[in-house]
Design a protein around this ligand. Structure first.
Ligand SMILES: *Cc1c(COP(=O)(O)O)cnc(C)c1O
Length: 473
């Protein structure tokens, strides 16, 4: 399998080459040259596999430069009951007739990002050892991504993590999760500033090419193809569970609480491979840049001032970093066209308009996409309603999904809402909705009282660089 750039760069690369890279050299995103096609016989063969074997079957279609036995071992080591809490890894919870939650949030940091990041940690360790190289991951987080990265990379040979976050601005639970890690290769840098300051500093360090090369600086952001392909697996696992009783030809739909379009892009890939997905329902919060596109055909990037701070904060985005992958397929993989949309039109006017494009008219029929959005009041009402009717407490992001899913139900087609976090991570809104604290999973009692390993620094590029230099010996 070879990978190309959405913006038409002539080079083709193999999986392990793009594993440690971010953007392609021309600023595009990597995608496989074609999507492997899965027929009904293969689906039937995969139906009863344990999750780690299903993961191996799917990943091996995209990764042909790691020996099969090694990839098998990496999958077995990653997707264990010990790490993800159940034998099924992503069990379906039935709420109503034909209406399910798929539990993706029982990994170490209680959000779905663990599903991919845990695999990435093991792939990084494997590939760096094979090359005899080291990597220093520099990132900025306001919550879920940073902690998922740290829990995936802790104790891994050849990898250090330098994670910046805005001092005092993450939820107490999120701070406790990250700062309680005592591993020598994990460095928490709480910067006196806001999230945008952290992100600007990470960009400034990465733009210093000499520093970047000398200290082997890398990232783990959501445009990494390895993260995306790891997420494809749970769409298959959800489909198999929801169709266990029904006849094998039936379809399912998924609703995905979305921010950077990483999670639902994996659903798009699964559908392109031939997984019988009827509808992919994209749910946003008040930051509805993607809902606007799927309703109108206009993609309009927001400014920082136009990006709302909401009670589903992991979906508070101004532009969706993985969206370019879907648009590439939408415009028939026409790289010059794609480049003019993202590199020229977005740069010039902050938007593009596909409303009159024949491809956009096909977005539901050919690609299965519909969308909707949710507000704080919707979230609170949905959390309350779900608790009252089913005795289940859902987190704020999942609530956005449940709210929008209900607007797109088709009789006879099971609807699976992806549960992207557990409620304990966003306790304040749960208390607002239900009047009591959400349950704490075992092992998280009192984590706020654990000793902390964090360095508070001014939001200054030079200070962060000096910290990295001092800790890379
Ligand atoms: C990251 C995240 C999302 C958004 O996922 P994308 O892949 O960015 O669309 C939704 N919910 C939670 C809880 C998250 O952590």
């Amino acid at each position: 399998m070879l990978y190309l750039s959405t913006r038409g760069h002539p080079d083709r690369k193999r999986f392990c080459e793009i594993l440690l890279e971010g953007l392609a050299p021309d600023g595009g995103l990597y995608l496989p040259e074609s999507y492997p096609q899965i027929d009904a016989a293969t689906l039937a063969k995969w139906r009863d596999l344990p999750y780690h074997e299903l993961a191996f079957e799917i990943l091996s279609l995209y990764i042909d430069d790691v020996p099969a036995d090694d990839l098998k071992a990496i999958c077995r080591k990653t997707y264990t009951q010990e790490v993800f809490g159940t034998k099924e890894i992503v069990p379906l919870k039935r709420l109503d007739e034909g209406f399910y939650l798929e539990a993706l949030s029982n990994g170490p940091t209680l959000a779905f990002k663990d599903m991919a990041m845990q695999l990435l940690g093991n792939l990084f360790e494997y590939e760096l050892a094979r090359r005899g190289e080291e990597l220093n991951i520099l990132g900025a987080t306001s919550g879920d991504t940073g902690s998922a990265a740290e829990y995936a990379m802790r104790g891994k040979k050849g990898v250090r993590v330098f994670m910046t976050s805005p001092n005092g601005r993450m939820s107490p639970f999120q701070q406790a999760q990250m700062f309680s890690l005592q591993d020598a290769n994990i460095h928490n840098l709480a910067l006196d500033g806001v999230f945008d300051d952290c992100q600007d500093i990470v960009k400034a360090v990465s733009n210093d090419l000499e520093f970047k090369r000398k200290y082997r600086i890398g990232t783990v952001n959501s445009i990494n193809w390895a993260r995306l392909v790891a997420q494809v697996v749970y769409y298959f696992a959800g489909y198999f569970q929801a169709t266990r009783q029904a006849n094998a030809a039936s379809k399912v739909s998924f609703t995905v609480p979305s921010g950077n379009f990483g999670n639902i892009c994996a659903g798009h890939v699964a559908r392109m491979m031939g997984l019988p997905i009827d509808t992919l329902v994209l749910a946003t919060n008040e930051n509805n840049v993607l809902d606007e596109f799927f309703r109108t055909g206009v993609y309009r990037v927001r400014t920082a001032a136009d990006t709302h701070e909401t009670s589903s904060p992991s979906m508070d985005i101004s532009k969706a970093s993985n969206f370019e992958r879907f648009v590439f397929d939408l415009v028939g993989r026409d790289a010059p066209r794609l480049k003019s949309l993202f590199a020229d039109q977005i740069a010039a006017s902050g938007q593009f308009d596909l409303s009159r494009d024949p491809a956009f008219a096909q977005i539901r029929a050919r690609f299965g996409f519909v969308s909707g959005s949710s507000t704080h009041a919707d979230r609170v009402a949905t959390i309350r309603d779900t608790f009252k009717r089913f005795g289940v407490t859902i987190d704020t992001h999942t609530a956005d999904g449940v709210k929008v899913a209900r607007e797109h139900l088709t009789p006879g087609v099971p609807m699976i809402v992806l549960e992207t976090a557990l409620p304990i991570k966003f306790a304040a809104t749960i208390v607002e909705a239900l009047g009591h604290e959400p349950q704490r999973p075992a092992g998280f009692a009192n984590i706020e009282a654990l000793p902390r390993r964090v360095t508070v620094l001014p939001a200054d590029v030079q200070v962060v660089k000096s910290f990295i230099e001092a800790h890379c010996a």
